[in-house]
Design a protein around this ligand. Structure first.
Ligand code: SF4
Length: 644
C-alpha cells in the first residue's frame, strides 16, 4: 500500500455514464498541473469503472435469464401495466443483444439515455441516488437506493488503491450524492485518508451541508472556485502539518494562470481533444447565471500558448479540438484563426459555447471557417428572442442583433450544432414566444438541433439573490425540485400554463423536424416544416426496415416469447411511443411503400375517431417515429392531391 499516494476521482452522475471526457475535464487538468509541480497523481473515473462493471459483466449475464421471463410475463398480460419498467427491461435486452456481438461502449450507453429519458429512468430506478434531497450521513442506512448503490460501488472501488489523499471533483448536483457515498466508502476503508471535495457544484452548494459532512467525518476539506493552486497548497500543507489539523474550507492559494493549465494527457481517440481556453466568462453579466460565480475573474489563455498546445497534439496525429470555455470572445477567435492559418495547422476546432455578439459578422464567420472552425461542435446560447426578457437577463444584445447575427451566418453558410433557448424566460410575452417560433422556422437551415430549457431561478445568481429587482418573488419553502438550482418563484410577465403548452408544442414540432432531417437528410427541412397536416399539400410515404431483431430471447429454452420486441427494426431502441403503437406498424412489409392513410386504415377499426382525424393522429405518431429513425425510408411528394 502506497500511503503517500494521491488519487483524483471523477464520480459518476446518476448512471448517465458521463465520464470525465464527456463533460468537465477538471480532473485531467489538475493531474497535469500537479505533475508540472513535481507531484504525481493517479486518476480514476468512476463512470468508466462502473460501466465496465455493467457491460463486461456478470451483471448482464445474471440478468439475461430473468429478463426473458419478466418481459414475456409482462407481454402475456392483457395490458403492460408498468410501461416504464417494461422499457427498462427492453433496454437491458437491447444492451445484452448489442454486447453479445459488438462492444457497446459508455458513449453509446449515454446516447441511449439522452435520446430516451424514460429508458434511463427505468434503468436507474433501483439505484437512483441523485434524486435524494439533502442527503446526510444519518440517511445512509435509511435509503434502499443508497444501500444498493453502495453495494455496486464496493464492487468497483476495490480497484482504487489506498491513498493518503483523495481529491474528488463534483461537477454538478447529479454527481454530489454519489461523491458523498464514495467518500464514505473510502473513509470506511481507511479512516486516516484525507478527502477533499472541489469542482463547480461545491462552489454553489450551501456550506452548511459541507460542514455537516466534515462533522460526520465523511470528508475533511473542500475547495471553492478555481482549485488547482489551492489543491497544490493543500497537498504541501498535509505533508508538513498533522493532517487532522487541516479541516474545513481550504482557502490558501492564488488564482492559477490559465496559461499554466496546459494539457498533455492522452485523450480518447473518438472525441475531439479538449483544451482549457479560459476561466470565467468574458461577458459575465447575465443576471440569471450562476456560472459566473465559479471563477472570480475572467482569464483567457494567450493565443500562442494555446496554439503551441494544439500543435503538440497535432504532431501526435490529433486534428480535432474543442475549446472548453463559457464563451469564446469574437476578437480572440479572430486572432486564433489567423494564427492557425499562419502556422498552417490543418485542424478542425470548435468552442464548447458560443455567445451571440455584435462583433460576429460575415467576414469573421468566413475567416473562422477557413481556419477549420466547426460551428457544429458546440452550443450557441441564444437563450431568448424577447427584447424585454433579454433586457432583464442582461444578455447584452437584442432581437435585432440576433437577426443580424443569423443573417451573417446564413450568408457565410454557417450551420450551428445546437441552439439553446429558455422558452419561458420572465418578461417573455405570449406574442414574443410566438415570434420566437417564427424566428426558429425562418433560420431552420442554420442549426441542427434545438435545445429548449425551462427557466430556472438559481439561488446564487443576481436574480436569485435579488428577485424583487426583476419583478419576481421567490419562495424557498415551496421549492420542491431536486435540482437545487430551481427555486420556486412567482411574478408578472410570466407565460400561463396554457401558453407554455402551446409554445412547447410548436417548438417540439421544430425539434421533431430537425431530427427527421438528421435521419433522412434528403428531405428538405422547410418541406418538413410545411407538413404539419398530412393531407394539406403533401403525401408522406414510408417503408419499414428489412431486418428485425434476432433477440437472444428467441432462443430461450423455456419457450418464453417476447413478441413486441421482435417487431422493432434492428438497432432501434424501443421507447414508450413505439411500444404503445407497435401494432400500427408491425404489419408493414419491408420494401413496400405505404401512405399515411394506408397505415391508418389497417387499425382504424379500433378507433372511434373519424377517418381524417385518425389519419392525422397516425401521421403524428409516424413523425415521432421518423424522428427516431424507425423507418427504412420516407418520401414526401409535394403538391400531391389531397387524398382524404
Ligand atoms: S449565461 Fe453565459 S454568457 Fe451569460 S454570464 Fe453566464 S456564462 Fe457568461
Amino acid at each position: 500500500m502506497n500511503k503517500s499516494s494521491i488519487t483524483l476521482l471523477h464520480p459518476f452522475a446518476n448512471f448517465k455514464f458521463f465520464n470525465q471526457w464527456n463533460g468537465y475535464i477538471s480532473v485531467a487538468v489538475l493531474k497535469d498541473y500537479l505533475e508540472k509541480h513535481g507531484i504525481r497523481a493517479t486518476v480514476f473515473d468512476l463512470s468508466e469503472l462502473l460501466s465496465g462493471y455493467f457491460l463486461g459483466s456478470s451483471y448482464l449475464q445474471q440478468r439475461q435469464q430473468e429478463l426473458v421471463q419478466e418481459i414475456s410475463a409482462l407481454e402475456r398480460s392483457d395490458h403492460i401495466g408498468d410501461l416504464t419498467y417494461y422499457l427498462g427491461l427492453s433496454f437491458l435486452a437491447h444492451v445484452l443483444l448489442k454486447s453479445s456481438d459488438e462492444k457497446i461502449d459508455t458513449g453509446t450507453l449515454s446516447r441511449f439515455f439522452v435520446e430516451e429519458p424514460s429508458l434511463y429512468q427505468a434503468f436507474v430506478q433501483p439505484f437512483n441516488v441523485s434524486i435524494i434531497q439533502d442527503i446526510a450521513p444519518e440517511h445512509f442506512r435509511l435509503h434502499s437506493e443508497i444501500r444498493t448503490f453502495e453495494h455496486i460501488l464496493k464492487e468497483v472501488t476495490h480497484r482504487i488503491p489506498s491513498s493518503s489523499v483523495y481529491g474528488i471533483t463534483v461537477p454538478s448536483k447529479l454527481h454530489f450524492n454519489s461523491s458523498i457515498i464514495l467518500s464514505n466508502l473510502l473513509k470506511h476503508k481507511d479512516s486516516d485518508c484525507h478527502i477533499c471535495l472541489g469542482g463547480p457544484y461545491i462552489s454553489l452548494v450551501d456550506k452548511r451541508r459541507l460542514a455537516a459532512l466534515i462533522e460526520a467525518g465523511i470528508i475533511d476539506t473542500y475547495i471553492t472556485g478555481d482549485g488547482e493552486n489551492k489543491f497544490l497548497r493543500l497537498l504541501r500543507d498535509l505533508n508538513s502539518t498533522v493532517p487532522a489539523a487541516v479541516r474545513g474550507e481550504y482557502k490558501k492559494g492564488t488564482h492559477p494562470s490559465v496559461n499554466a493549465l496546459v494539457l498533455r494527457s492522452p485523450q480518447p481517440d473518438n472525441q475531439p481533444i479538449k483544451l482549457i481556453l479560459s476561466k470565467g466568462c468574458y461577458w459575465g453579466k447575465c443576471s440569471y447565471c450562476d456560472y459566473r460565480n465559479l471563477s472570480n475573474r475572467f482569464s483567457i489563455k494567450r493565443v500562442n500558448v494555446l496554439v503551441d498546445e494544439i500543435a503538440s497534439y497535432y504532431h501526435k496525429g490529433n486534428t480535432r479540438f474543442l475549446l472548453m470555455t463559457d464563451a469564446i470572445p469574437p476578437m480572440y477567435a479572430k486572432r486564433l484563426a489567423q494564427e492557425l492559418i499562419q502556422r498552417d495547422l490543418k485542424i478542425m476546432w470548435g468552442s464548447r459555447f458560443l455567445r451571440i455578439d455584435t462583433q460576429y459578422d460575415k467576414e469573421l464567420f468566413l475567416l473562422l471557417k477557413e481556419s477549420g472552425f466547426d460551428f457544429g461542435l458546440g452550443s450557441l446560447g441564444m437563450d431568448s428572442f424577447s427584447d424585454s426578457a433579454l433586457n432583464l437577463a442582461r444578455k447584452g444584445y437584442d432581437r435585432k442583433t440576433i437577426i443580424r447575427f443569423f443573417e451573417a451566418a446564413e450568408d457565410a453558410n454557417v450551420i450551428f450544432g445546437k441552439l439553446n433557448l429558455i422558452y419561458d424566460f420572465p418578461g417573455t410575452s405570449y406574442g414574443d414566444a410566438l415570434e420566437t417560433v417564427e424566428f426558429f422556422e425562418r433560420f431552420i437551415n442554420q442549426y441542427r438541433l434545438l435545445a429548449v430549457f425551462k427557466f430556472k431561478l438559481t439561488p446564487t445568481s443576481e436574480m436569485g439573490l435579488y428577485p424583487g429587482r426583476f419583478g419576481l418573488k421567490s419562495d424557498f419553502k415551496k421549492t420542491t425540485s431536486t435540482t437545487y438550482n430551481d427555486v420556486f418563484f412567482e411574478g408578472e410577465n410570466i407565460l400561463t400554463s396554457e401558453q407554455k403548452r402551446a409554445v412547447l408544442s410548436s417548438l417540439g414540432f421544430i425539434k421533431n423536424t430537425l431530427l427527421i432531417h438528421k435521419y433522412y437528410p434528403h428531405i428538405d427541412k422547410r418541406v418538413l416544416l410545411s407538413t404539419r397536416d398530412y393531407s394539406r399539400n403533401i403525401r408522406f410515404s414510408i417503408t419499414r426496415k428489412m431486418e428485425q431483431y434476432d433477440l437472444f430471447l428467441r432462443r430461450n429454452s423455456k419457450g418464453d416469447h417476447c413478441s413486441r420486441l421482435f417487431s422493432f427494426p434492428e438497432g432501434f431502441v424501443p421507447d414508450s411511443l413505439s411500444l404503445e403503437n407497435y401494432e400500427l406498424f408491425s404489419e408493414l412489409r419491408p420494401k413496400t411503400w405505404y401512405a399515411v392513410e394506408d397505415i391508418a386504415d389497417q387499425s382504424a377499426h379500433n378507433s372511434s375517431m373519424e377517418r381524417g382525424a385518425y389519419s392525422q393522429h397516425t401521421y403524428q405518431i409516424m413523425r415521432h417515429l421518423l424522428a427516431r429513425g424507425f423507418f427504412a425510408d420516407v418520401v414526401v411528394e409535394e403538391n400531391a392531391s389531397d387524398s382524404s
